[in-house]
Each structure stands twice: as structure tokens, then as C-alpha cells.
Design a protein around this ligand. Sequence first.
Ligand code: CFM
Ligand code: HCA
Length: 533
Amino acid sequence: SEKILEEILNKYPAKVKRNRKKHIVIRDPQQDRQEIEANTRTIPGIVTNRGCAFAGCKGVVLGPLKDMVHIVHGPVGCGYYSWLTRRNKAKTDEPNKNFLAYCVSTDMQESDIVFGGEKKLARMIDEVVEIFKPNGITISATCPVGLIGDDIQAVARAARAKHSLNITAYSCEGYKGVSQSAGHHIANNGLMENIVGEGQMEEPPGRYTINILGEYNIGGDSWEVERVLTDIGYDVQAVMTGNGSYAKLKNAHVAQLNLVQCHRSINYIADMLQIKYGTPWLKVNFIGIRATIESLRNMARYFGDESLITRTEEVIERELAEIEPQLEPYRKICSGKIAFCFVGGSRGHHYQGLYEELGVTTVLAGYEFAHRDDYEGRDVLPHLKTDADSKNIPELHVTPDENRYRLKIPADRLEALKQELPLNNYKGMISDMTEGSIVVDDLNHYETEEFIKIFKPDIFSSGIKDKYIPQKMGIPTKQLHNYDYSGPYAGFRGAVNFARDVAMGFATPTWNYITPPWKGKPLLEGTIEPCSA
Ligand code: CFM
Ligand code: HCA
């Protein structure tokens, strides 16, 4: 495969080849550690799937908080782009306090760019407070805001004092980083600084109170996870941020354990909650049956209570009895197939286990914008160098809260558990991949086509931006961002939905009928005449 890879890369100019080579790894389990380059600038014009810092901040992390109004300060297109396209679902808890269906933008015009948009933004905040009476407001900056120097932080401070409401601004201009990952970090800092801990609760509401971090309720995933957790006996205080709310998030400090589903988008808050309130975090994965079972067992071991451990096993047994017969027919259709699994910053890893349970082997996987720790594991963190691009994003340094910092379990028990459970740890994607499989960071259009020609996958899972390339090559696709309007895919019942949808992709005869138009009829016709001159 080294040779084939060389052939693919040889089509590039030398400098591009040197760059891209560092972003591609052929898995070799004999090697202790395999390095990959990640979180660096995309080569201009190479056509990849990445988004911007605004998308990561407003679209991903802040947007799902349903009882806040999220103002997009900028041209209206940025507002439209982040208007529920991600399918982060929400149910209303308080009457008239779910604003997710709205797209609220200052709709900057040329005159605002020339003369400044601060006044317009301030007027809009007044209007939003008057019309919606939300529990809070976020303001997210788009590229022009930073370019013209609108001081959205000052506008937010003034509005906060005027309305006595949690109104905060996020300087997440699209260009702030090399991808949406920068926006996650900016949003994490802001939520930690302005919302978490604002609540008055001092004690956890239940015996086993947890937060779920990095779960965005795409297609209803967090509802399926919460159904099982609540049944076992957990109290879910806050979900960050799927179906989430300011009302719940402000008391997230009371949890005794934080679960981390998507490490990439929320690891900053996970670490800060540990430092400030003493709450450890556990890396979980509720995608896939085995991963779900392991996560549930690890949670029960953390709390260490015999009755919780027994209840966990009862629920697992009951759920398996329900889903196993449903999965059987789908497994028959899926077994022996091969997949590509390329998603943003965590699903490229998480879905491999679920595919495997259906008998589908992942031969190529990667992330659009994850960092080296999401590939190589957190052990790599001390070796990461901060470059000019990462220096753009301020680090927020928190300290232990004088009144609220508590050891949730005795320190020696925590240390012992760290040897057994992924507590404050994530081991990344690469170590889970099989020999000879390909790991690609920031995959592009050209490489997509080349890898498809080599591996001829039976299914290509990624997003809206690249799904048409394989489809035109006659290969079924599965969007693993928005789930193609289906879901939930998480937890036990979600696995059945996924199996059904993927099996449907394999079973449909559609793909055999695809003949590209140029194979039927030439797109260009003509004759070559001798040159008369
Ligand atoms: Fe985390 Fe996400 Fe993902 Fe992500 Fe995203 Fe997403 Fe994603 Mo699209 S937070 S990194 S920035 S799991 S929006 S819900 S699907 S790219 S793999
Ligand atoms: C984003 C959001 C996105 C895009 C999905 C896609 C999502 O990156 O801004 O490219 O198909 O999940 O909605 O990742």
C-alpha cells in the first residue's frame, strides 16, 4: 500500500506532496506510536470539507442551547448556514422558551460594514429581549465583524447591565482558526466563563448525578442515551449542548461525573470542570452496542455501588434481548462489506465499532479537523507545538473554586480507577484501527476519488459536501453528520436504526442503474480539421 499511496501523492506538486504525506498514515500495529499531522492549514484550493470558527462556535457548541437566542452578527448567509441544518433536536421544557427554530441575524449591509454595526446590534438585542424574553442571549461574530472592528464584547456588557440578563459575545470570526475546531474552543471558554456555575445549586439532585459533554442530540441521539441512563438510575443535570439549556447548564457544577462523548469539541470544558470543581471526566462512546455497554459498565464502576452495578447489568440484558432479534436480518445484508468513515472530529472513530458489529470493516477513516490527540491519544499532548494559528485562540485558565471545589471520590480511589477506566483520558482513533487500514486527516476531493478507485468501498460515510462524489461513482453513502434525516443512531435502539438504514443502502438496486451521462452519450462532439494556416 505504500507504493499505491506514493502513486496517488505523485500527482501533486512536490510541496503539496510533502504536506499531504504527513496527513496520511497506513496503520501498522507493530509500531508503538504512529504520528499524523493535524489541525494545520488546508492547502488553498484543494477542496476539503472543513468549516470555519463561526460554524464551530455558533453552529456546533452554542446553537443547540434552546432557551437562549443566538444572534449572528454578520451577513445573513452565515445565519442561514447555521439554521438547524445540523439537526440538533430539542424539546421545549419551559413554555415559549425554545428558540431553535429561529434564525436571528443582524443582516449586515454595506452601510454597516462602512459605518460599523454596533448600534444595529444593540438595537437588535433590545428587540430580542422584548419579543422573546429568552433566558439568555449569545452574540456570535462572523468574519466582517473582526475586520471592521465592531466591539461586540462592549455591546454585550452594556446590554447585560441594561437588561440584567446573561448576554455574552463570542469573538469567533470565521478566520480565527484553521477550521471549526477553533470555534469549539472559543465557545468552551465563553460557556465556562459566563454560564457554568451561575446557578445557585450547591448539591447534586440525585445519588448519581452526571453531565453529558460533547453530545448534541443529532437526530435525537441524546434522548436515546438519556432514556437508558435514567432507567439505570442516573440524574442527567446538563447535556452540552444537545437539547441543552441555560437553565440546566448554569448548575452543571453539581455533577459528580462528566461523561465525554465528543472529545474534540468539549475537552476544554471537561478539563476546566475538573480543575474548578473537582469533577473527573470519563470518556464514553454511546455509538455501537459494545461501546455503549462498556461505557455503562465503566460509569457504574466509577460510582462503585453494588446496586448500581446490578441495575446496569439488568438494563443491558433487557436492551440486548430487545434489539438482537431486530438486528439479525440486517446483519445478514451487511456482513462482509467494507466502509470508508470520514467525519468531523469524533464520529470517524466512534462509528467504526458499530460498523464492525454489523460485519462491516472500515478500511479508511479520518477527521476533517480533529487534533493529534484525537488520532494518537492524549499521551501526545505534551509533545504538541503551538503554532501561530493556535495562538489566535486565548487559553482560559481556571482555578479551584473556593466554595464549590470538592473531591467527588477519594483521591486514592480516583488514581486507582484511572488505571482501569478512561478517566480524564482518550486514546484516540489510530490504536483501534486494523493493520493496513488508512487514516487520513482533512481528506480532499482528489484523494477521495483515488482511494475509492483502489478500495472500492461498499459504502462511503461522510457529509453533504462530498457524498455526491461516491454517489456518482455508483457507491451508496451514509451521512454521519445529519444521519440523512434519520436517527437516533446512538445507544441500543439507535444501533437498530443505523443497521436498518445501512442495510437499505446495500439492498437497494438503485446503484446498479447509475450510468454517468458521458458513458451514454458524449458531452462533446466534433472533428479535427487540418490547420489551414
Ligand atoms: Fe464532535 Fe459533533 Fe463531531 Fe463536531 Fe461537527 Fe457534528 Fe461532526 Mo458535523 S461536535 S466533532 S464540529 S461529534 S457538526 S455533532 S457531525 S463535523 S464528527
Ligand atoms: C459544520 C456542520 C456540519 C456540516 C455537515 C456536512 C454538520 O461543520 O458546520 O458537511 O455534511 O454536522 O451539520 O458538520
